[in-house]
Design a protein around this ligand. Structure first.
Ligand code: GLU
Length: 298
């Protein structure tokens, strides 16, 4: 018997939900529910300097207002440091990771900014007075993977081979490490998320292989662009979505994802609209290109 589908939405609480993150939330929700699976929510609050106070609860309230109800409890990464620390210590002990005190300036001068493994040979030990990052010894590079929406993705050797950071110099755990630990911990079977994370997916797959975890399948959704062609993001101060007409914002997100709309969607309740979207969800219709939001809904 195949394993039950478990999907997830994993926002960072660096601001309220905007249209771009709604597209990711809705896409991952519909993919999970169309497979009669679970849809989990994880708050990726491992970066306090980038966190906006109150954003976590605002994101969750917005999901609830949209009838996007998650299964099980919400996992907060800020509560998981001990589990992350144990893995880091294990990797250091097994010499699968090493300390690095290279400066940002030095790394910026390297080709494309990818790290050249300089500290791998230095065998640095931790001294209290100096900040160190911890890097993975990349012995399992991934040069390609297949995305269910975008097809075969080739990864340049310089990116694949990089000894990437798993613990930051400022003392924080790195996203690429904890995302893998948590997706495994939560039993996630498929990841549906924005295409901005394509460049790090190979690094994450390499960690799955290192830890002996089952590799998941991936669906990377197109990004919503602003008028300047940049990704709508909290950093670019994307507008929080307005909840005055949730059916209309949901219909816009469905249209962005290339999905059909019921003819009378304006008269449908939010739950009817979501149920219709679940039963008509078709991954093959999702556009492969990032694009701006078109405001006319048919
Ligand atoms: N927390 C990440 C973000 O908000 C998403 C991580 C993921 O989906 O893997 O961009």
């Amino acid at each position: 018997m195949s394993k039950r589908y478990i999907g997830r939405f994993a926002p960072s609480p660096s601001g309220p939900l905007h249209f771009g993150s709604l597209v990711t939330a809705l896409g991952s929700y519909l993919q999970a529910k169309s497979k009669h699976g679970k849809w989990l929510v994880r708050i990726e609050d491992i970066d306090p300097p980038r966190e906006v106070k109150g954003a976590s609860s605002l994101i969750l309230k917005t999901l609830e207002a949209l009838n996007l109800y998650w299964d099980d409890h919400v996992l907060y990464q800020s509560a998981c440091s001990e589990r992350y620390r144990a893995t880091l210590n294990q990797l250091l002990q097994n010499q699968q990771a090493y300390y690095c005190n290279c400066t940002r300036q030095r790394i910026q001068l390297l080709p494309n900014g990818f790290y050249d493994g300089f500290c791998r040979q230095q065998h640095l030990t931790l001294k209290d007075d100096q900040p160190y990052a911890i890097r993975l010894k990349q012995n399992h590079p991934i040069f390609e993977f297949t995305d269910k929406i975008l097809g075969l993705q080739k990864i340049a050797a310089i990116n694949a081979n990089e000894d990437f950071i798993i613990h930051r110099k400022d003392g924080l755990f790195a996203y690429n490490l904890v995302v893998v630990l948590d997706d495994h911990q939560q039993g996630i079977t498929e990841i549906v998320r924005g295409a901005d994370l394509l460049p790090v997916t190979g690094k994450q797959i390499s960690l799955y292989q290192l830890f002996g975890f089952n590799v998941l399948s991936y669906c990377h959704l197109p990004l919503v662009l602003d008028n300047n062609g940049n990704k709508l993001s909290k950093q670019n101060h994307a507008k929080a979505i307005e909840l005055s007409n949730i059916q209309s914002i949901t219909a816009q997100a469905l249209q962005f994802l290339g999905q059909p709309l019921p003819r009378d969607w304006q008269d449908a309740t939010q739950q009817q609209l979501l149920d219709w979207a679940i039963s008509h969800w078709n991954l093959a219709l999702i556009p492969k290109q990032n694009k701006p939001l078109s405001t006319d809904i048919r």
